[in-house]
Write a protein that binds this ligand. Structure first.
Ligand code: NOJ
Length: 747
């Protein structure tokens, strides 16, 4: 092609933005092809190359050459961790100096909010409120998109059965059904009314796949798993995200049964792009292409790029294996050019869908960026999400909620290392903005404001998060003795959960449990809030402290949200999305386990059954558990039939009554058990839930509809099938406490 013709074509496709209307109706694939045919092999590989910006590195940065110069040469398709109108505009301008002017994609880990920080994802999952979760992602997208971010590396949809793994904070917990609903809600929230709207960002389902099953809960560790577990437990949330239209997938650091996920053709090509027909693109995790070398799967960067590309990995995040090797590998015949074309098509397609060829700067808007930040409605949504995420674990003698009226003239002591924390509640994966600290208030401040001027509030830190000093005990005990009621905020450090934050000891660190014991010995009514990014172990507190709230990391409005719950302005409704162990020795522990051939009758049954001789099998708190200030009673279950055929619908009903004296929200959970199957089935699996707000005394009938499809599982041929036979059905307020009924599925 001569130079003039080339420049003409380039000008046609790129320089003159297509009229919006035409762009909507014209076939994107055709547009993609028209760009692709102009590209050199090096430019194609450039689109598959992603570099990190200047900050927030979560892995080693390979320094080779000036990034800006490479962008100018068309050697970069995407940047991560470049955010804000100023930075994104600056780099996009450089991309516009490249020969084909293909816009850059800016990606960022917007995990639980951008400017407005929402509760950590595990906490949000505890709300079981899909509308609120979707809204949280929507707000994050709106704020991020206005600042020039096109793409979030979220949602993380990894099932997590091991609380030692620090990244449990980033997902929706242990259950495939809940995890799938949360995955869909987050994808809907991030992508809003669709790619191309300037308030939407591309979502990314990660980490594909089975990253959450890292052996020993140690981050980045290998995974060894049956296909049965992969398909029935770990893949469903990915499938749900894909069906919700997620734009991209990220593969993972782990090996799966001996093959790194990044070089895994079964996962990426056969399952995701083949069986599921995923049309978006796959980005590697940070340097995961290069990490196939230490894994022992690739000899060098060349070999790694061949294996990753051929397995279906489209974009290389930060390892530089593609940019340094892939073109040569194509020339050597090691990677078919059709594979590279396929990857580039997928990437360009998203750039077209995002409208970046129309206007590469359309997301970077100074006006929108300003409008979106510090919005009162976003902060109000955050506060509400934070309230919904709190789980009430114990409330003896209805110690909670506190009454402002009854506390008038009395004294509260606020004690603990997190009580005056300002940024603690933002948790891992949160960003620092210049004026943030001024608008975040501590739990102390939230409670003090809520208590009002007529309540005397004392404060003592008591101890640090993690050292052996008892120096603050005296002051804390003094405060407790002077008080009529004591509220403590204890937990693990905010950066002890998150990426590369695996822990072997999940007990409260330092002297915190001793501090709680000492305060408890004063005999004062005691409420303990536990702040953490994972299930912790706190048996003494669970046994002896009358009121316990699990408050995770709740985000920007944590202080107010905690106060709202403590004082009953919000009646807690959270339910645990993960099983809480009694001891690290029980891990992995999850409700949907198999029965074994020797199931114990109860926790004390040790007679040659599947149990520990030194520890009960039962968890400290089961999946789905969470109390309210009110009480709910469940009627017996009534079924529309005791048998259904493949085309029928079974209706299961219970009457839920609010039997207490507060209005409250209950999450009614439905579990099933397939009693005899070609692959043994878990003792319970969640298959539905409904959330209802009932006024005190109010009653409502809750109906679940189940078809044969809701009763199925992936069989040994990895086909989804429902097998005829006997089923149990449970409806109740957690995975343990539930009414029961039986029915049959006819052939
Ligand atoms: C590594 C993490 O595993 C991944 O989740 C994240 O998106 C990337 N780093 C980029 O920060």
């Amino acid at each position: 092609m001569n130079k003039t013709l080339l420049s003409f074509l380039v000008a046609l496709v790129v320089a003159f933005p297509l009229c919006r209307l035409q762009a909507q109706t014209r076939d994107v694939d055709h547009q993609v092809d028209s760009v692709l045919q102009l590209m050199t092999l090096d430019e194609k590989v450039g689109q598959m190359n992603q570099y990190n910006g200047n900050w927030d590195a979560t892995g080693p940065i390979t320094e080779t050459g000036d990034i800006q110069d490479q962008i100018r040469k068309g050697m970069v398709g995407s940047m991560l961790n470049v955010t804000g109108v100023e930075h994104t505009t600056e780099l996009q301008k450089i991309a516009m100096q490249s020969r084909l002017k293909i816009p850059l994609l800016f990606g960022q880990d917007i995990i639980h909010g951008y400017r407005t920080t929402f509760p950590i994802p595990l906490a949000e999952a505890a709300s079981w409120n899909m509308t609120a979760i979707e809204q949280s992602a929507r707000i994050a997208a709106t704020e991020a998109a206005a600042a020039g971010v096109h793409w979030t590396f979220a949602p993380m949809v990894d099932i997590a059965r091991d609380p030692r793994w620090g990244r449990v904070m980033e997902g929706a917990g242990e259950d495939p059904f809940l995890g799938s609903r949360v995955a869909e809600a987050r994808v809907r929230g991030f992508q809003g009314n669709g790619l191309g709207h300037t308030d939407a960002v591309m979502a990314c389902a990660k980490h594909f796949a089975a990253y959450g099953a890292a052996i020993g809960g140690r981050d980045y560790n290998s995974v060894d798993m049956s296909l049965n577990t992969l398909w029935n437990i770990y893949l469903p949330p990915f499938r749900a995200a894909e069906q919700a239209g997620v734009a991209t997938f990220m593969n993972s650091f782990n090996t799966l049964n001996g093959i790194p996920a990044t070089g895994n053709a079964y996962l990426q090509t056969d399952v995701l792009k083949g069986r599921w027909k995923f049309t978006g693109f796959i980005v590697s995790d940070w340097n995961s292409v290069g990490e196939m070398i230490p894994h022992g799967y690739a000899r060098d960067g060349y070999d790694a790029s061949v294996k990753a590309a051929n397995a279906g990995n489209d974009m290389d995040m930060e390892s530089r294996s593609y940019i340094l090797n892939l073109a040569r590998a194509v020339r050597d015949g090691q990677v078919p050019v059709t594979r590279v074309d396929d990857a580039v098509r997928r990437i360009l397609k998203k750039k077209f869908e995002m409208g970046l060829f129309d206007d590469p700067f359309r997301y970077s808007s100074r006006v929108r960026e300003q409008q979106q930040w510090n919005r009162a409605d976003h902060l109000a949504a955050e506060r509400s999400m934070a309230e919904k995420s709190i789980v009430l674990l114990k409330n003896e003698h209805q110690l909670l909620p506190l009454s402002r009226d009854q506390l008038k003239g009395h004294t509260i002591a606020l004690i603990g290392p997190f009580m005056k924390g300002i940024r603690d509640n933002l948790g891992f994966w949160s960003y620092t903005w210049p004026d943030d600290s001024s608008r975040i208030i501590s739990p102390y401040e939230g409670i003090r404001r809520m208590a009002g001027p007529d309540v005397n509030v004392l404060y003592a830190r008591g101890c640090n998060v993690d050292d052996s000093s008892l120096a603050g005990f005296g002051e804390a005990l003094d405060a407790a003795r002077k008080a009529d009621i004591v509220i403590m905020d204890v937990g693990e450090a905010p950066d002890w959960s998150g990426e590369a934050k695996s822990r072997s000891n999940l007990h409260l660190p330092g002297m915190q449990e001793q501090l709680v014991r000492a305060i408890s010995e004063t005999g004062k009514p005691l409420i303990v809030m536990i702040s953490a990014g994972r299930p912790l172990i706190f048996n003494w507190i669970a046994d002896h402290v009358p009121a316990i709230l699990y408050t995770w990391w709740l985000g920007t409005e944590a202080g107010d949200a905690m106060a709202d719950v403590l004082f009953g302005k919000y009646n807690p409704s959270g339910k645990l999305p993960m099983t809480f162990p009694r001891s690290e020795g029980q891990i992995p522990i999850y409700y949907n386990h198999l029965n074994t051939g020797r199931p114990p009758k109860n926790d004390s049954d040790l007679n040659y059954v599947s149990s520990y001789i030194d520890l009960p099998n039962s968890p400290r708190y089961p999946f789905g558990f969470g109390l309210s200030y009110t009480t709910f009673s469940y009627s017996t279950i009534s079924l529309s039939s005791d048998a259904i055929g493949p085309g029928d619908t079974l209706r299961a009903r219970v009457t839920l009554t609010n039997t207490g004296s507060f209005d409250g929200t209950e999450t009614v959970q439905l579990y099933i058990r397939d009693l005899v199957a070609s692959i043994v089935q878990p003792v319970r699996v969640l298959r539905g839930f409904r959330q209802l707000l009932l006024k005190a005394g109010q009653q409502e009938i809750v109906t679940f509809s189940l078809t044969a499809a809701d009763l199925g599982f992936y069989n040994d041929r990895l086909e989804y099938a429902s097998e005829p036979g006997a089923f149990q059905l449970f409806i109740g307020n957690s995975s343990e406490d539930a009414r029961q009924a039986s029915f049959r599925l006819r052939p």
